[in-house]
Design a binder for this molecule. Structure first.
Ligand code: KIV
Ligand code: NA
Length: 276
């Protein structure tokens, strides 16, 4: 059955933990959807995982639209969330609504995610006024990497924690249906999860959140040499991948592939005639 923002709200009320993963293409989204996650995020982590950038800042709205369309075609049941990339919600309220709308209309997403707290409240309200549900994102917000001075755990000092709580309350009041909490101490995520009545979705935020999200390529061991502390690798598909490809190369060299069952045949007589 198709998951909606209502599914997310009900899960928190019923104490059912939500699971989300990222996807950027049709075939991966199809598999993730079949496994039964609640939501699929077309994250701007796309920039790093798929496009090979160093951070998320170079990802454009066109990139997210292109990949969200592919994911939407593959995922029939999961709620599809499209990330609003850097600069797509920073200029004006008007541009923000237009860009969020394009993620729905052209990207075929059901909702959008936007990084930030009090400073984006007006934008969040305007998007929701256009009947587009919004997911919030607090803590480590990767689009602020240059201001934060790197990818660091957030919410360690009293000031930072108070700011996080203020932001969570502000965006809940603005109407977000859920909040991603990235790289914050477990206790801080717990406090925020208790304060807000909408689900919190943690990544590097401990086990007290109302749900979890990971980058699929991280949790399946397909991406990079660096594994962040908060990632559990459920598989090591990167190794499997390389082994499979090496076997193929060797088979080609040894004339073991393709075999008859992989090949097409025609009537022998026709070939004999042509050879004449
Ligand atoms: O872009 C992304 O993948 C994200 C998640 C890590 C929350 O924003
Ligand atoms: Na993101």
């Amino acid at each position: 059955m198709k998951k909606t923002v209502q599914t997310f709200k009900e899960a928190k009320q019923n104490g059912r933990k939500l699971s989300m993963l990222t996807a950027y293409d049709y075939s991966t989204a199809k598999l993730i959807d079949e496994a039964g996650v609640d939501g699929i995020l077309v994250g701007d982590s796309l920039g790093m995982v798929v496009l090979g950038y160093e951070n998320t800042l170079q990802v454009t709205l066109e990139d997210i639209i292109h990949h969200t369309r592919a994911v939407a075609r593959g995922a029939k049941n999961a709620l599809i969330v499209a990330d609003m990339p850097f600069l797509s919600y920073h200029i004006s309220v008007e541009e923000t609504v237009r860009n969020a709308g394009r993620l729905i209309q052209e990207g075929m997403a059901q909702c959008v995610k936007i990084e930030g707290g009090t400073e984006v409240v007006e934008k969040i309200k305007a998007i929701i006024n256009a009947q587009i549900p919004v997911m919030g994102h607090l803590g480590l917000t990767p689009q602020s990497v240059n201001v934060m001075g790197g990818f660091k755990v957030q919410g360690k000092t009293k000031d930072q924690i108070e700011k996080l709580v203020e932001d969570a309350k502000a965006i809940e009041k603005a109407g977000v249906f859920a909040i991603v909490l990235e790289c914050v101490p477990t206790e801080v995520a717990e406090v925020i999860s208790q304060i807000v009545s909408i689900p919190t979705i943690g990544i590097g935020a401990g086990n007290k959140c109302d749900g979890q999200i990971l980058v699929t390529q991280d949790m399946l061991g397909m991406y990079g040499d660096f594994v962040p502390k908060f990632v559990k690798q459920y598989r090591h598909l990167g190794n499997e991948f390389i082994e499979g490809i090496r076997e193929y190369i060797k088979d080609v060299e040894d004339l073991k592939f393709p075999k008859e069952e992989h090949s097409f045949k025609i009537d022998k007589n026709i070939i004999e005639e042509i050879k004449k």
